[in-house]
Design a protein around this ligand. Structure first.
Ligand SMILES: Cc1cc2nc3c(=O)[nH]c(=O)nc-3n(C[C@H](O)[C@H](O)[C@H](O)COP(=O)(O)OP(=O)(O)OC[C@H]3O[C@@H](n4cnc5c(N)ncnc54)[C@H](O)[C@@H]3O)c2cc1C
Length: 444
């Protein structure tokens, strides 16, 4: 029987170390697609649309880079706009597809959608490929049934496990089916207008490989642990996350580059720490696989919900950098302007929303989801739960002292000045009974 494959690209926008493409090589015909979904651009729960302008710009660059790579292999990337639950079954039926390939994703919504697609296609073989993570689902350091365990437990097991080596790109791919009708190139009205890129990240596998090569050329990996906590500075952390999370590069490729660096240049605590951070990413992926939609629950994994609520005014001030805390305002401004924020900055912003402002953490997580160029569902919501004290943190939440963080990470105030951060006025303009709160007027 003819093997007609459909490869649905999602967060695996690359041709190197791509096991799905390798599997597709055995097909008689192949259709490569990517689907841009209208739901990404409309506000869902917690007020904000998932896809903000920074990630959308980056994603479009990733897609055009992938299209060029596939073209060089004699294939094409077809970008569709609409609902995958309509598009994938329609393509399978029209082109007698009997093999559907896609990456295994941790997102519970994405998994549910894929199950519904599969139910519409009982005769199509669905192959889910592990290529967003270091480990394959059937080779985890510990069985998924034993989760959620603490990160340190996972790390101890994971650090000593073998990791599959990264593979090369295929040299050719099967042809498209005869008479394949190209998707409409009309731009749907729900797509946001293009905006100008305001950050240093360029999307795509080629820029990703270039960035990794640069990073591993010099001394940065050998000093990583000493500077990774800094609040500002391009070289202080690897900046791999946007490319990792669209799959322009795989974590196995990063792991292989760390190993090469350790062999060729130097091996120390810092080079190992980069791997340890990759394990955090890994940990959150499998945690989400295990706990599903609990990742979005107010109470998370805790026994009782946090003592926070929703204050519209406080939340708006936090988003736009108008709180009484100058450091938090600088972070908020950087995030909004560029779509990127250091890990330290993310921790400070998240802790402030939950602890100083007493706002429901899920609104903050949704704002990050909208803004972050490197948004990843498992990592973002997992970190937020952790800081809000409803996640896997054995210490039950984190409260960062903003004054102390300022003296540790921005003592000379340079970061705050760069972002023109001011100290906002009162957090609330009305009290609990809706009476206006006035600034105190000094007595004569
Ligand atoms: C509230 C909050 C929300 C976050 N949301 C996201 C998100 O949506 N996407 C995302 O990739 N990271 C998220 N992080 C984790 C972390 O801040 C970023 O991964 C990191 O800042 C990315 O910069 P980098 O690539 O230079 O990191 P590096 O320090 O160079 O780390 C290397 C890689 O390790 C992984 N990593 C590092 N720190 C963490 C961490 N705390 N948790 C999980 N993985 C980690 C990332 O893949 C990163 O690219 C969040 C952290 C917090 C506190």
């Amino acid at each position: 029987m003819q093997k007609n494959s459909l490869y649905w690209f999602t967060q695996d926008l690359r041709i190197h170390d791509n096991a799905a493409l390798e599997a597709a090589q055995q097909s008689d015909s192949l259709v490569c697609i990517y689907i841009v979904e209208p739901s990404w651009f409309s506000a869902q729960r917690w007020q904000h649309a998932s896809m903000g302008p920074h990630r959308w710009n980056f994603l479009q660059e990733c897609l055009s880079d992938l299209a060029q790579s596939l073209h060089s292999l004699g294939q094409r990337l077809h970008v569709y706009y609409g609902d995958p639950e309509v598009i994938v079954p329609r393509l399978c039926q029209t082109y007698a597809i009997n093999h559907l390939l896609c990456m295994r994703r941790a997102g519970s919504d994405e998994q549910a959608a894929l199950s519904r697609i599969k139910r519409q296609l009982p005769t199509v073989k669905l192959e889910r490929v592990d290529q967003y993570t270091l480990f394959n689902s059937n080779e985890l350091p510990l069985p998924l049934a034993q989760w959620p365990m603490q990160y340190t437990q996972f790390r101890q097991h994971a650090e000593v496990c073998d990791i599959k080596p990264a593979s090369a790109a295929p040299s050719s791919l099967p042809p498209m089916p005869a008479l394949f009708a190209l998707p409409s190139i009309e731009r749907p009205s729900w797509l946001p207008a293009p905006t100008v890129n305001q950050n240093e990240f360029k999307g795509g596998e080629s820029p990703a490989r270039q960035h990794l090569d640069e990073y591993f050329k010099g001394a940065l990996p050998a000093n990583y642990k000493k500077v990774r906590n800094e609040i500002d500075g391009w070289g202080n952390s690897s900046k791999f996350s946007p490319w990792l999370n669209q799959g322009c590069v795989s974590p196995r490729q990063v792991k292989a580059m760390i190993a090469n660096y350790e062999q060729a240049i130097t091996q120390n605590e810092s080079t190992h720490w980069l791997f340890v951070e990759l394990l955090w990413r890994e940990y959150f992926q499998w945690l989400h696989h295990r706990i599903g939609a609990t990742l979005f629950h107010f109470k998370g994994l805790a026994d009782s919900p946090p003592l926070t609520s929703y204050y519209a005014e406080r939340f708006q001030k936090w988003c736009h950098g108008e709180t009484p805390y100058r450091l938090v305002n600088a972070c908020a401004k950087e995030l909004k302007a560029t779509g990127y924020l250091s890990n330290r900055g993310r921790q400070i912003m998240a802790s402030c929303l939950v602890n100083e402002l007493s706002v429901d953490w899920r609104y903050g997580a949704a704002w990050f989801e909208h803004q972050l160029i490197d948004y990843d569902v498992a990592v973002n919501w997992g970190n937020w739960q952790y800081i809000a004290g409803v996640g896997v943190d054995p210490r039950g939440g984190r409260h960062f002292n903003i004054e102390k963080q300022t003296s540790l990470y921005d003592a000379d105030g340079r970061y705050q000045s760069n972002w023109q951060a001011d100290v906002g006025g009162h957090l609330d303009s009305v009290d609990a009974a809706d009476w206006p709160i006035f600034e105190p007027v000094p007595l004569e």
